[in-house]
Design a binder for this molecule. Structure first.
Ligand SMILES: [Zn+2]
Length: 149
């Protein structure tokens, strides 16, 4: 997606106000609206860069952004760990999947989490909206704009 340019890219075409949080260079978006995880979000630069061609400024921000995003997801109730995955397929944007492992479900450690997530009971919409609000607020404490309020 988006390989031919920003005009055909679903990420670039999606208004930043639909993200949970964004600043000038990064955005965090929810992944889907139907999940069994306490939170599932995606961190990605707003520009078309992959890891190999990430500009030096964005590379310097990447570690702090991953730390911020993980801390923000851990601010959600019932999160034991945050799994950060980078598979790199299907997008012109470097993107990291942050998947919250529910507390108490040790059988979902490691790679079992994305494989078995679909079998978990769905998180109610109100609980999901509250998780998004908390993530956005936590990210905004260090800058940028929270859009999930
Ligand atoms: Zn794009």
């Amino acid at each position: 997606m988006g390989e031919s340019g920003p005009e055909d890219c679903p990420v670039c075409r999606k208004p930043v106000t639909e993200s949970l949080w964004a600043d000038e260079h990064w955005r965090v978006d929810p992944i889907g609206t139907d999940s069994g995880l306490p939170a599932a979000v995606m961190l990605q630069p707003r520009g078309h860069h992959d890891l190999a061609d990430l500009p030096a400024e964005r590379s310097a921000e990447l570690g702090p952004m991953l730390r911020r995003a993980e801390r923000a997801v851990r601010a959600v109730d019932g999160v034991a760990r945050v799994h950060i995955n980078r598979w790199g397929d299907t997008s012109a944007h470097l993107h990291f999947w942050l998947l919250a492992r529910p507390a108490g479900l040790l059988q979902l450690h490691g790679t079992f989490l994305p494989l078995w997530e679909e079998l978990l009971p769905r998180v109610p919409d109100a609980e999901r909206r509250e998780a998004h609000r908390r993530i956005a607020a936590a990210l905004a404490t260090e800058g940028g704009t929270a859009h999930a309020t």
